[in-house]
Design a protein around this ligand. Structure first.
Ligand code: AMP
Ligand code: TRP
Length: 334
């Protein structure tokens, strides 16, 4: 069991997860976990979430809710390890060491840093800048080789590989190079049809939206600006509603939708109606399991504590290697 390749991924506890998180990452985590081919660790990365303004009083509850959502979506703590980042301080310790082999220029190039420093102009802190180094540490501290994420994290993964290479070149072969693993819908746009679906943009369908809310949001969703009425031929390749269909609708039905959209036989209203039904069918069980789990808080908390304890041991073993390789601490002093 222990020689299975290791997989690591995480999400920030910044509010209810949305279908972008789910179709871009979380559902893939569940599928991967079900194969039992990997030793999988999934984290709620609370330390990452401190890089933007937040309410300390709400952080724990959001961390809990994010972990609960993982379980509701189908991650079973008997088969995978669930953990909260701040429960294993080695992530932060390794961040420091890795920061010394990370080029400033590489960090300046990060798209997410540029976007977030625009968005939070009054709080462009060093943590926001070093965010990708902490992410590299999350992965490398467990020597994970596969990292299932959405498209927006690919650049961070490339940086993590570069950091691993530089560390190995300077201090010896300690870290494997992790690889991103994407789904076939690695980037879901928001209801505006343009920007990435994200909590901060308020353009989301939440995993916990009630069926009526899902249908209502879809009614207002942007499709193809050239398809104004039913008979107009549409272009599925530019339509976000079609992208989401690709993620949740059976392949032969997707083929029919594509054909009928192009010919004009299928209108956007009907297409959205079908998508709403598919989404509700997919999300209903998750919403129900989440509400059951809310009545059994101890189960979630115990899973996280047990996961944290296991990760603590794994991470300490890597840190002993790192400190020895770098000549740190009194440990090997004679
Ligand atoms: P975050 O909410 O930024 O912590 O993202 C958690 C995970 O969801 C990461 O793997 C992201 O790449 C993924 N993700 C977030 N938004 C989207 C989106 N709109 N489409 C696809 N994947 C996404
Ligand atoms: N940066 C990721 C995001 O915003 C979250 C994250 C933190 C992560 N550490 C990670 C993802 C390690 C994968 C592996 O989505």
């Amino acid at each position: 069991m222990t020689d299975r390749p290791r997989i690591f991924s995480g999400m920030q506890p910044t509010g209810e997860l949305h279908i972008g998180n789910y179709l871009g990452a979380l559902r893939e985590w569940v599928r991967i976990a079900e194969t039992d081919q990997f030793d999988a660790i999934f984290s709620v990365v609370d330390a990452h979430a401190t890089t933007v303004e937040y309410a300390p009083g709400q952080m724990r509850e959001q961390t809990f809710e994010t972990a609960l959502t993982y379980m509701a979506a189908g991650l079973d703590p008997e088969r995978v390890t669930l953990m909260v980042q701040a429960d294993v301080p080695a992530h932060m310790e390794l961040t420091w060491y890795l920061s010394t082999v990370t080029a400033l220029g590489d960090l300046y190039r990060m798209t997410q840093f540029k976007e977030k420093s625009e968005e939070h102009r009054n709080n462009v802190n060093a943590g926001l800048f070093c965010y990708p180094v902490l992410m590299a540490a999350d992965i490398l501290v467990y020597k994970a080789t596969v990292v299932p994420v959405g498209n927006d994290q690919v650049q961070h993964l490339e940086l993590a590989r570069e950091v691993a290479r530089r560390f190995n070149a300077r201090f010896g072969d300690v870290f494997p190079e992790p690889e991103a693993r994407l789904t076939n819908t690695p980037r879901i746009r928001g209801l505006d049809g343009k920007a990435k679906m994200s909590k901060s943009r308020g353009n989301t369908i939440s995993l916990f939206d009630e069926p009526a809310v899902i249908h209502k949001k879809l009614k207002g969703a942007f499709t193809d600006e050239l398809k104004l009425r039913r008979g107009d031929p549409g272009r599925p390749e530019v339509c976000n509603v079609f992208t989401i269909h690709c993620a949740v609708t059976e392949a032969d039905e997707v083929d029919r939708i594509e054909r009928d959209c192009r010919s004009g036989a299928l209108g956007c209203g009907e297409c959205k109606e079908r998508l709403g039904q598919r989404l509700v069918a997919e999300l209903d069980p998750i919403r129900q399991r989440a509400s059951e789990l809310r009545g059994d808080r101890a189960r979630v908390i115990e899973a996280l504590r047990a996961g944290g304890a296991r990760c603590q041991l794994l991470a300490e073993a890597t840190m002993a290697e790192v400190r020895a390789a770098m000549g740190m601490s009194t440990r090997d002093m004679g």
